[in-house]
Design a protein. Structure first.
Lengths: 276, 245
């Protein structure tokens, strides 16, 4: 098995459980296989455990039950072998762009003669050549997030985890960032697990969209996206795009109101109060 | 330059009032008298000023040496946070100025009690702002550190400490000003030199102009030291000034 595969086997995540309290079940019996080099998005309502799943895969959180495999190795604790990109860029404010990208290598004592070249190459791929000596506060939000992506990729991990990385950016910058990300992914193929609230973004980027339901978080559906792999902005007009987004929407709204999205069924509005 | 203009006007009003109302010099000397009287004894003022400066710097450095490790301990240790931090906050209700005479009894009339009072007065804002800075690191940055297998110590030195620099400097700016106050209080209680001593001894002989001169010298010293701290931040940690918190 290639090291880029990610496997969750019957994973449960329960927070805050002790003798008196049964805790909050964030994930209930989640099983998922992600192929090497696959781009998978996780979508779902707030509190469905999307972010928890990323933290489980990276080993930052240990599952209450079940197990997680990276390649064929079980995850037992925090591992530097997956890249992680957070919602906020969380760059080091005291370090310049180059040092921020190199930070993981410095922390692990892995800095080598070709590290700086690799950092330059990554920055060039996301259009940040010439910004190496700038400090984070001199960059726009989108540029900062691109630096954070380079930091996540500096060790060339087989798996990159992204937790709503574009959520804090404006709509235009978001589209631009999607372009950058796909570019990067084509040139340096790797498994990407991408958490987002945007259904369009998920469909546009992914090979497969995993739809989650909330409390406890379960996988409601796995929607394959049948668009050609070389994605173009104008593909959001195609039938395959609409089929995928509609199927996802039906799941997200359907968990509150069986079947139809609420705006199509005004006479059933009171039912929305009833929780899933 | 507006504040400077206002200051000049204030001094002018002061000068004029004292002259017009013929206020006795031992009650309120005019600025010109203060300046002249202080200039006459400039050698003594310099000597006492240097003595105070040493106390201030020693107390300030001691405060840093105590405050930074203490803040780090409070941040990383749950016992420190739960047991020690509340006590430090509570200790603020002790009037440290009132401790000065007791310290003199305990430690003698040398420089030591003055340094200790200075340290006690200065260290509190430094501990609080440093601890705040060390805890203000975004959760994600700490997660990144954990995923890079950083030990507690490495996390502290490579992530938390640099992140806390702007907070530490805001604490240092408060601490340096308080150090001057602490040193003068120490000198009030027991000293044979220092600007605090110069003030008490001049006033004992109704030499009010020199007493005022000592205050002016102290203010200048505090302003100068504050600028040195601010300049250190600007030169060595320029990014810190732009960090919003």
């Amino acid at each position: 098995m290639s090291e880029g595969t990610v496997t969750l086997e019957r994973v449960w995540q329960i927070f805050g459980a002790d003798e008196e309290d049964e805790g909050v079940t964030a994930l209930a019996d989640v099983s998922l296989s992600i192929a090497d080099g696959e781009f998978v998005s996780l979508v779902g309502p707030s509190g469905c455990g999307k972010s928890t799943m990323l933290r489980l895969i990276s080993g930052l959180v240990v599952p209450s039950r079940g197990r997680i495999l990276l390649g064929d190795k079980p995850v037992t604790g925090p591992t530097p072998d997956v890249g992680f990109v957070f919602q906020a860029p969380t760059l080091l404010p005291w370090a310049n762009v180059l040092d921020n990208v190199l930070f993981p290598l410095r922390m692990l004592g892995e800095i080598g003669p070709d590290s700086i070249d690799r950092a330059h190459d990554l920055l060039a791929l996301v259009g940040l050549s010439g910004f190496e000596k700038r400090r984070p506060d001199e960059l726009s939000g989108g540029m900062q997030q691109r630096v954070a992506i380079c930091r996540g990729l500096i060790r060339d991990p087989a798996v990159l985890l992204m937790d709503e990385p574009f959520a804090a950016l404006d709509a235009l910058t978001r589209e631009e960032m999607c372009g950058h990300l796909l570019d990067l992914w084509h040139r340096q193929p790797k498994t990407i697990v991408f958490v987002t609230h945007s259904i369009n973004e998920a469909v546009f980027l992914s090979d497969r969209v995993v739809v989650m339901s909330a409390r406890p978080g379960r996988i409601a559906d796995e929607v394959p996206v049948d668009l050609p792999r070389k994605r173009l902005m104008e593909m959001d007009n195609r039938d395959e795009f609409h089929h995928a987004t509609q199927r996802i929407r039906a799941h997200i709204y359907g968990s509150r109101d069986k079947g139809a999205p609420p705006d199509l069924a005004p006479d059933t509005a009171p039912k929305l109060v009833r929780s899933a | 330059m507006l504040p400077l203009a206002v200051l000049i006007v204030l001094f002018a009003v002061w000068e004029a009032s004292v002259r017009l109302l013929a206020i006795p010099v031992y009650i309120l000397p005019a600025p010109s008298r203060i300046l002249a009287a202080t200039w006459d004894v400039r050698g003594a003022v310099l000597m006492h000023g240097v003595a105070t400066l040493w106390t201030v710097l020693a107390g300030f450095v001691l405060a840093i040496l105590v405050a930074l490790p203490l803040a780090a301990y409070i941040t990383v240790s749950s016992f420190g946070r739960a047991a020690i931090y509340p006590l430090i906050i509570l200790s603020q209700s002790i009037p440290k100025v009132a401790l000065a005479p007791i310290l003199v009894v305990m430690l003698g009339t040398n420089i030591l009690p003055k340094i200790i009072v200075t340290m006690l007065v200065a260290f509190f804002p430094l501990v609080v702002s440093t601890a705040t800075g060390l805890s203000a690191v975004p959760k994600e940055l700490l997660e990144l550190g954990r995923s890079l297998r950083a030990s507690r110590m490495k996390e502290l030195l490579r992530i938390r400490m640099p992140f806390a620099v702007p907070f530490i400097f805001s604490g240092l700016k408060m601490a340096i000003t308080l150090s001057v106050i602490g040193a003068v209080v120490g000198e009030f209680v027991a000293a044979d030199k220092g600007l605090g001593y110069l003030m008490t001894s001049s006033l004992a002989f109704f030499n009010t102009p020199v007493g005022f001169g000592a205050i002016v010298t102290l203010s200048l010293m505090a302003m100068l030291l504050f600028q040195v701290v601010a300049l250190t931040e600007r030169i060595f940690f320029p990014w810190s000034l732009r960090m919003v918190h």
